[in-house]
Design a protein around this ligand. Structure first.
Ligand SMILES: [Zn+2]
Length: 144
């Protein structure tokens, strides 16, 4: 691992785009029924079966916590604890990611809290060439 990335950071997921001044999310939205998908390409909608195509949809960067787990054991080399969460994005799909900025204590986590989506280095992870990744994270909206 090096301190200086070999090239600009890479997106940690296919729905994260780094083509502008700030990272952004983009999902596929079915032109027929509006269902959204995380993957970058689909031939047909898994909900309505339409092959009528998809629009790119950039969501609002806020949502509601749907569920979470405080992870105390993980793969070797992965720092614990962390909070793995699923968030229902206000005008988008449900998205999994790490929730940060809250205590690792279920008694102190509002299970339906409002969160914002932020982008940051993906916890220091690098590919074999030393390239960093940018990932999304959830933070409490009330933390401002
Ligand atoms: Zn559809």
């Amino acid at each position: 691992m090096t301190d200086t990335p070999a090239s600009p950071p890479l997106p940690a997921a296919s729905y994260i785009h780094l083509d502008g001044p700030e990272p952004r999310l983009s999902f596929l939205k079915c032109k027929s029924c509006g269902t959204m998908f995380l993957e970058p390409e689909r031939l047909a909608c898994a909900r309505c079966g339409s092959r009528g195509g998809f629009d790119a949809h950039e969501p609002k960067y806020e949502g509601t916590l749907h569920s979470y787990s405080i992870v105390h054991r993980s793969f070797p080399g992965t720092a614990v604890p962390f909070i793995s969460a699923v968030v229902d994005i206000d005008d988008g799909p449900s998205l999994k990611g790490n929730l940060r900025g809250v205590p690792f204590d279920a008694d102190r986590i509002d299970g339906a809290m409002r969160v914002r989506i932020v982008f940051d280095d993906a916890l220091g992870r690098r590919d074999a060439d030393g390239n960093a990744y940018i990932s999304h994270f959830f933070e409490p909206l009330a933390a401002d």
